[in-house]
Design a protein around this ligand. Structure first.
Ligand code: ZN
Ligand code: ZN
Length: 362
C-alpha cells in the first residue's frame, strides 16, 4: 500500500512509497482502511524534532476510514464501522485513566513509538513507527482497538478526520479545561486549526467577546467567519486587554506553543482569570513568572492536552455539535490533495496559508 515516510528527523520532505506494509495485527487490534487524513501542526513539529518521534516514521495522526478486520477479543467495533483514529487511546486501567483522565494515559504514552509499518522488501525491509502511535499518511493502519472512535456512517471521512486531533483539542480546551461561561471574554492567540476550533468552542459556551490574535491578516479575517468578534495583530493584544473593564480577558488561550506567547497570554489575562496552554512546545523553551505575580494576581495556568478530558466524550460532543450545525467543520478545510502531493500540503501548512489540508487516501 501507499504511505509517506520521513526517513530522518529534520528532513522537510516525505517520500511517498507504494511498498509499505502494516505490522502487528493480532488480538486486541484492528485494521483500518483510511480514506482521509488531515495535516496538523504537530506533524511538522515531529518532522523537525520539536516533538520526539523515532525515525523513520509515517507522519499523520488525524485520520478516518473503515474497519476492515478485527483481532481476537475486540469488542465494540466491527468490520465496516466508520472510525476516526485517536492518538492517545485510554487504556482504562492505569492510574490516570482510573481518575477519568484518559488523555494522560501512561500505557498508551509508552506505546507511541512502537513499529507500525515496514517498507522495502525482503532482507532490506525497514521498520517504521507511526507518528503518535497512528501514522495516518498511509492507506492502511493497524492499531489497538482503543485507538479507533466510531463515527456516524454518514459523516464524511474528511470531516471525521478533523476531530482526530485539532478540533477535539481546541473545542475541548474551551469546554472541558476552561469551562468558559456565558458572557465571558476570551482571547485566542494563534488562528490556525486549533485556534479556530477554540473560537468555535468558546462560541458554543456563550462567550460574549472572542478576540483572535495572529500576525497574519488573512488568518485573522478567516477566524472572524468562525465566531471571533474581533481580531488584532500580536502587538495590539495589550491594548485590547487594557480596554476591558477588568483590565484583561477572563480566558486567554495560547495555541502556538512558545514561551513568548504564553507570557503574552499571561499578561493579557485579568487578575483571577485563566491562561489555557494548548500549544505543544519544546522541552527547552522556558517561560518565566515572578513569584510575586504568580501569587498576587492569582491567574490560573491551565495546560490542556488533547481536549483536556475524556477524549471519547469530547469527540462525541463535537460530532453532536457538528450535526446540530453549531460547529463548522467543512469550512475549516481550505485545501485538498492526494497522498502523492503530500509535500505540497506540508508547504501550505508551513506557509500558514492552510487552515486544514485534507489528504485523500484513495
Ligand atoms: Zn491508561
Ligand atoms: Zn494534532
Amino acid at each position: 500500500m501507499r504511505a509517506a515516510i520521513l526517513h530522518q528527523t529534520g528532513q522537510d520532505k516525505l517520500e511517498v512509497r507504494d511498498d509499505v506494509e502494516t505490522v502487528g495485527f493480532g488480538p486486541g487490534r484492528v485494521r483500518v482502511r483510511l480514506r482521509a487524513t488531515s495535516l496538523c501542526h504537530s506533524d511538522l513539529s515531529a518532522m523537525s524534532g520539536v516533538l520526539p518521534q523515532p525515525a523513520p516514521f509515517v507522519p499523520g495522526h488525524e485520520g478516518a476510514g473503515d474497519v476492515t478486520e478485527v483481532g481476537e477479543g475486540v469488542a465494540g467495533v466491527a468490520v465496516g464501522d466508520r472510525v476516526v483514529l485517536c492518538w492517545m487511546p485510554p487504556c482504562g486501567v492505569c492510574p490516570h485513566c482510573r481518575r477519568g483522565q484518559g488523555h494522560l494515559c501512561v500505557t498508551s504514552l509508552r506505546r507511541l513509538g512502537a513499529p507500525g509499518f515496514t517498507f522495502g522488501s525482503g532482507e532490506a525491509a525497514v521498520e517504521a513507527s507511526g507518528f503518535y502511535g497512528t501514522g495516518t499518511f498511509a492507506q492502511e493502519v493497524v492499531v489497538p482497538a482503543g485507538s479507533v472512535i466510531k463515527v456516524p456512517g454518514d459523516m464524511p471521512y474528511e470531516l471525521a478526520a478533523l476531530i482526530g486531533c485539532g478540533v477535539t483539542t481546541g473545542v475541548g480546551a474551551a469546554v472541558n479545561t476552561a469551562r468558559v461561561e456565558p458572557g465571558a471574554s476570551v482571547a485566542v492567540i494563534g488562528a490556525g486549526g486549533v485556534g479556530v476550533a477554540v473560537v468555535q468552542g468558546a462560541r458554543v459556551c456563550g462567550a460574549a467577546r472572542i478576540t483572535v490574535v495572529d500576525p497574519v491578516e488573512s488568518r485573522r479575517e478567516r477566524a472572524l467567519g468562525f465566531g471571533a468578534t474581533d481580531a488584532v495583530a500580536p502587538e495590539g493584544l495589550k491594548a485590547a486587554a487594557k480596554g476591558l473593564e477588568a483590565g484583561g480577558y477572563d480566558y486567554v488561550f495560547e495555541a502556538v506553543g512558545r514561551a513568548a506567547t504564553v507570557r503574552a497570554a499571561y499578561d493579557a489575562t485579568r487578575r483571577g482569570g485563566a491562561v489555557v496552554v494548548i500549544g505543544a512546545g519544546a522541552w527547552d523553551d522556558q517561560v518565566g513568572f515572578s513569584m510575586a505575580e504568580l501569587f498576587f494576581n492569582e491567574k490560573r495556568i491551565l495546560p490542556s492536552m488533547y481536549g483536556g478530558g475524556d477524549v471519547l466524550r469530547t469527540a462525541a460532543r463535537v460530532i453532536e455539535l457538528w450535526r446540530a450545525g453549531r460547529i463548522d467543520l467543512a469550512g475549516m478545510i481550505t485545501h485538498r490533495v492526494g497522498l502523492a502531493d503530500v509535500n505540497e500540503a506540508i508547504a501550505q501548512m508551513r506557509s500558514g496559508e492552510a487552515l486544514r489540508t485534507v489528504i485523500t487516501l484513495d
